[in-house]
Design a protein around this ligand. Structure first.
Ligand code: GUN
Length: 303
């Protein structure tokens, strides 16, 4: 059996189309477009490439976009003052501070300084609390978990009563997706188990999963024999395992990416599976755009 591929690249296009038509409609009726500021501190190549893609996507959708790049040695107080400026900027609906930040800056302090109503990453404790309560309380679900849930829904996978096993307990993926899948509502109502580095018999838990969500950051961690035949497998791992010459420009080296699941073997057992790359990755930025649009809609009373 060969699993159905759940392609993030295709689902991204569907969702961006939906966002784009909403942006056009809101602009016509209300004369406003979503405003997003991306704050990048320093010059880490991975962060630059993520932020560049965020800016490109925002521009493609006709958002008002501000790219605010800051030097590696910016003082924490100056970064907090910058956030305060955007908290008070009426044209800005979403503030994104690219992580990780340099060591001399307290990441928690910075994330907590963002107005929860502009926190389109969904990392502020107020939004984490709203997510925990669920239902109408949720304003900005964090982008990667929101993308995962959207993929599961659009792939037509039954979640109600399903055994969901989440591998990994990070604040960005594991904890929030586990919380989202157990809520009442569409694309949820699941029975959820979270496993992590201290779990005994990791394989036994995975074998029970109707939906297996893997966000461990360990290349090839999940073996094909851990997968229940017909299960839906969501691989969140984006591990850089080497470099190769780019297809477009062989003089340039690009990263070789590998997921947390042994994809080639797993696709012969799973019912549906996300590839790496081209699976969960493209969904994160898409959901960031959706949250920024949502933020404007909240402000205009359209939600
Ligand atoms: N760095 C890696 N992933 C993310 C993300 O989703 N949001 C932010 N702000 N920084 C990141």
């Amino acid at each position: 059996m060969s699993a159905k591929l759940i392609k993030g690249t295709e689902i991204r296009e569907e969702i961006l189309e939906e966002i784009s038509s909403e942006v056009t409609e809101i602009k016509e009726k209300h004369g406003k477009v979503p405003g997003l500021v991306t704050i990048l501190v320093g010059s880490s190549p991975a962060s630059i490439s993520y932020v560049t893609l965020k800016i490109k996507t925002a521009n493609r959708l006709g958002f008002h976009e501000i790219q605010d790049d800051q030097p590696d040695d910016i003082a924490e107080a100056d970064l907090l003052a910058l956030i305060d400026k955007y908290n008070n900027d009426d044209a800005i609906n979403g503030i994104l501070v690219q992580l990780p930040l340099p060591k001399h800056i307290d990441e928690k302090k910075v994330l907590n300084a963002i107005d929860p109503d502009k926190d389109v990453d969904g990392f502020h404790p107020v939004n984490v609390g709203r997510l925990m309560i669920g239902g109408d309380e949720v304003k900005f679900p964090p982008c990667t978990p929101a993308g995962i849930q959207e993929m599961i829904i659009r792939a037509g996978v039954e979640t109600s009563g399903a055994e969901v096993v989440v591998v990994g307990r990070s604040n960005i993926v594991g904890k929030p997706i586990a919380n989202m899948m157990l809520q009442k509502g569409p694309g949820a109502n699941s029975t959820v188990t979270v496993v992590h580095t201290r779990t005994k018999a990791l394989d036994e838990h995975c074998k029970r999963a109707d939906i297996l969500i893997v966000a461990a950051g360990v290349p090839g961690l999940v073996k094909p024999e851990w997968i229940k035949p017909g299960a839906c497998v969501i691989d969140v791992g984006v591990n850089r395992v080497g470099e190769k010459p780019s297809k477009k420009n062989p003089d340039r080296m690009v990263a070789i990416l590998q997921g947390d699941v042994d994809f080639d073997a797993a696709k012969e057992i799973a019912g549906s599976i996300t590839p790496v790359p081209g699976g969960v990755g493209p969904m994160t930025i898409t959901m960031l755009m959706k949250n920024t649009l949502k933020s404007l809609k909240f402000k205009l009373g359209l939600n």
